[in-house]
Design a protein around this ligand. Structure first.
Ligand SMILES: Nc1ncnc2c1ncn2[C@@H]1O[C@H](COP(=O)(O)OP(=O)(O)OP(=O)(O)O)[C@@H](O)[C@H]1O
Ligand SMILES: [Mg+2]
Length: 410
């Protein structure tokens, strides 16, 4: 696809605890994009990944944008943004059509018609299609065809992964971004954005789960044989650990958060540690044994991984994933989490951070910035003549338009 010789791309991750804005620069001769700006701001206007207070969300977005603009020396007008929350649902759907041309040569129009056929699904009135991701084309029964255009056939089928979301949640999000002065280029769910930044092609081929543990949501995506097999977002996250500490330690949310960040570990070896942790130093009162903290933390963490495994099992995607689990999100920064998750999920586990970028890598090589970097990389794949700004008008059709563009990409 044609790209400007030098252009900037923006990822805007609107999380429950923070907004992150990543600006990337792509120079024509460079193999990898360079990160030239990062802005973050705490959020108060979201609950479980969904905007509940537009005003507060607008001011958080604005603060993150301003910082990213200052650092990068660019004015941010457009961005690819995240969609988060348990209202996001997904399904796999197959579309089947008869090839239209008399000589049976498959055209781009046939591809689009097949995708339209796959998208003809029953969805509730207050939901809409967010993305249609073509995975596999089948021509006259022969599968695994990457690009059937130009081939000959009578029957064309396409396997797609379709992501739907609640219309009111999307409207509030769009509204907040619009009021912060940003035009939306594309919208991508958090786990897919994080996967874009951290997973290698080989991991996707082997079979892998990406699990993004945020503040109040945990996103999952499974790749098999290079394709998306399953996505979901569950309404639990690392803030639940903090809340458990509030009750367990009889302290405030601020002290509990500090205890979690400074002292909590999920590692096996420390589970009997009787060292006392002073809460006075953290603004609280008294002291607590380290193993008491870890007990509370590990109990909730265990529950989060159990829920994740249950989701994978329900979808039949809890085995045969040779590349195991890759963790991202702020919640993945807890010390010892990889070993803990390995026991809980019975799969190899690693913590992932964005790769394949240059520039301010020391700043963004952080599991908590995986989604924002992935959104910036998605932004880079937008066609120059994209239809941004019309998604409010097009509503449902936008998903289709995006799928059409994606299908036209080489
Ligand atoms: N070093 C750390 N150890 C443990 N937890 C951490 C650490 N750093 C951040 N966290 C936790 O990670 C969570 C924030 O993660 P993240 O920034 O990915 O969330 P978010 O994107 O704002 O929220 P969400 O994705 O749920 O909408 C908070 O609960 C925070 O306490
Ligand atoms: Mg997040």
């Amino acid at each position: 696809m044609a790209k400007k010789a030098e252009a900037t791309y923006v990822g805007l991750d609107i999380g429950t605890s923070k907004i992150t804005c990543v600006v990337g620069l792509h120079q024509e001769d460079a193999a990898e994009p360079s990160i030239i700006g990062l802005g973050t701001a705490p959020t108060t206007g979201l609950r479980r990944g969904v905007v509940t207070d537009i005003e507060e969300t607008v001011s958080s977005i604005t603060a993150a944008l301003e910082e990213a603009e200052r650092m990068s020396g660019t004015a941010i007008e457009r961005a690819t943004i995240s969609v988060d929350g348990a209202h996001v649902q997904s399904l796999n759907s197959r579309g089947v059509i008869a090839v239209s041309r008399a000589d049976h040569e498959i055209s781009r129009e046939d591809l689009l018609r097949a995708e339209e056929a796959a998208a003809a699904i029953q969805i509730d009135n207050n939901r809409q299609i967010l993305q249609i991701i073509p995975k596999n084309y089948i021509v006259d029964g022969q599968s695994n065809i990457a690009d059937p255009v130009g081939m000959n056939g009578v029957r064309l089928e396409v396997d797609t992964h379709i992501i739907t979301a609640a219309t009111p949640a999307l409207k509030n999000l769009d509204n907040a971004v619009f009021r912060a002065g940003v035009t939306i280029n594309d919208q991508v769910i958090v786990p897919l954005a994080a996967a874009k930044a951290v997973l290698t092609k080989r991991q996707r081929e082997l079979g892998v789960v990406l699990m993004d543990i945020g503040a109040e949501t945990t996103g999952l995506v499974v790749f098999e044989e290079g394709n998306i097999a399953f996505t979901t977002i569950i309404p639990v996250g690392s803030n639940h650990i903090t809340k458990d500490l509030v009750f367990g330690l009889q302290t405030t949310i601020d002290v509990a958060e500090k205890v979690k960040l400074k002292h909590a570990t999920a590692g096996r070896a420390t589970s009997k540690d009787a060292t006392k942790v002073s809460l006075d130093e953290l603004g609280g009162k008294g002291a607590i044994a380290k193993h008491e903290i870890d007990k509370i933390v590990q109990s909730r963490l265990g529950e989060i991984f159990t829920m994740a495994v249950a989701e994978l099992r329900k979808a039949g995607k809890d085995s045969m994933l040779a590349a195991g689990v890759v963790l991202t999100g702020g919640g993945a920064k807890m010390i010892g989490i990889a070993d803990f998750a390995k026991d809980a999920m019975k799969m190899p586990v690693a913590v992932g951070a964005p790769t394949g970028i240059t520039g301010l890598t020391d700043k963004v090589s952080d599991p908590a910035y995986a989604a924002a970097v992935g959104l910036m990389l998605e932004d880079m794949e937008q066609p120059l003549d994209n239809l941004s700004g019309i998604n409010n008008i097009l509503g449902n059709a936008m998903g289709r338009v995006k799928a059409i563009f994606k299908s036209l990409m080489p």
